[in-house]
Design a protein around this ligand. Sequence first.
Ligand code: SF4
Ligand code: SF4
Length: 328
Amino acid sequence: MSQRQLAMVMDLNKCIGCQTCTVSCKTQWTNRNGREYMYWNNVETYPGEGYPKKWQELGGGFDEAGDLKAGVVPSLQGEYGVPWDYNHDELASGAAFKPHVDPKWGPNWDEDEGAGDFPNDNYFFYIPRICNHCTNPGCLSACPRDAIFKRDQDGVVLVDLDRCQGYRYCIAGCPYKKIYFNPRISKSEKCILCFPRIEKGLPPACAQQCVGRIRFVGFLDDEEGQVYKLVKKFKVALPLRPDYGTESNVYYVPPTEAPPKFDASGKIIEGSERIPPEVLEKLFGKEVHEAARTLRAEMKKRKETGESELMDLLIAYKHEDMFRLDGN
Ligand code: SF4
Ligand code: SF4
């Protein structure tokens, strides 16, 4: 366990699925040989199969007794999909524009598809995902080489590439499938929470560039910080799939602001919920219902009185206020 823990909160009511975060991470860290298929940050549509495909069904994490569960290592041909390029250099000779391979899957393959029938039961929302820098990381527990560690000063989970032998137990052990194998160097690689930026007092690139201002970054024990307030004071930010037992340090404000349902005459059905509550409970645990009540009550209070500390926090008037990296 690290002495302090840096955490991120993402407000899913504000994510517009623009992928700016993905591009900022990709251009900063993973546009290199062997990393073409890696998305340390990805933004997937839910309901959808995600990236890698069906990652929620690929095992890893811990059972109720605290034992590591068996997991699968996704394959490039299957769950990730082979990255492809296009035949730009053949176009001048009249060739049809086409990819070099016959793509079968990839990041954002089922973007914006969602589920349910129009007009009342259809819905989707976006889930941006990075490594959760877990307090009890499945990747770390699975590694027989002790090549994965948590930094004391901020709890960032890193791979020691000198120790890593490329066994890939870590990938099977991570239930979020947020650690990747680089075949060029035969090592595992993952999100580093932009620690070189953090050490300079800058937020991770994905948070800095976020167009929707959905990402807060700060220490979990910083009682004046927005992350502390959202996670511990108001309890409206929750970990994804807490049942995996890894104690994630990325938290989500659940998407409670989906459009309402309408009756046959086109009137709003008061109290109707377009996103089924059981879907949110599967993703964020039973606490999601209380979090939703708090969010709706504070929004009502804000509308009626003009006052709500929680709504002010979530609006995030100034982008720089969303980041407290020195913890004071
Ligand atoms: Fe390890 Fe996965 Fe947790 Fe990241 S999300 S710390 S890779 S178990
Ligand atoms: Fe969502 Fe922000 Fe990423 Fe855009 S940059 S997809 S708003 S998390």
